[in-house]
Design a protein around this ligand. Sequence first.
Ligand code: UDP
Ligand code: MG
Length: 150
Amino acid sequence: MSRERTYIMVKPDGVERGLVGEIIKRFEQKGYKLQALQALQPSRQHLEQHYGDLKDKPFFPKLVDYMLSGPVVGMVWEGKDVVRVGRVMLGATNPLASAPGTIRGDYAIDVGKNICHGSDSVENAEKEIALWFPNGTLQYTRSVDKLIYE
Ligand code: UDP
Ligand code: MG
């Protein structure tokens, strides 16, 4: 079975709006396995590193200020194709282009308040997990996997 992992983060607007449980619930109910979970107020430097690939974009300063506006809840989910499927579950970057049934499609309107982050590749996921969880994540087996995977 694939050991693919992704980094999902509820952004400050999602935390303040009480959507942490809803976002966790969707990944849990899908069958993905939780490997790490933390609430924290990240520093500007940490966020600039997380979004380093976007530092030349015009929206970068606004994005960092948005992400600094309150605590975030970060998590690591493991499972088959979880990076790609996690982004499908989040919906499009612009919530107005996100299908109903996705997290952004159901709970957000503006791109600068789109409530959640999800890694965009397996390679970036591992970089983000190392940045946010430098002490590592849980490793455990679940008996329920035999009811989720064929
Ligand atoms: N963003 C923005 N304006 C834009 C594009 C992106 O404010 O025109 C913000 C938005 O919050 C997005 C984040 O920057 O989630 C990171 O952008 P990216 O292109 O990586 O989108 P994502 O991977 O989050 O869908
Ligand atoms: Mg991205």
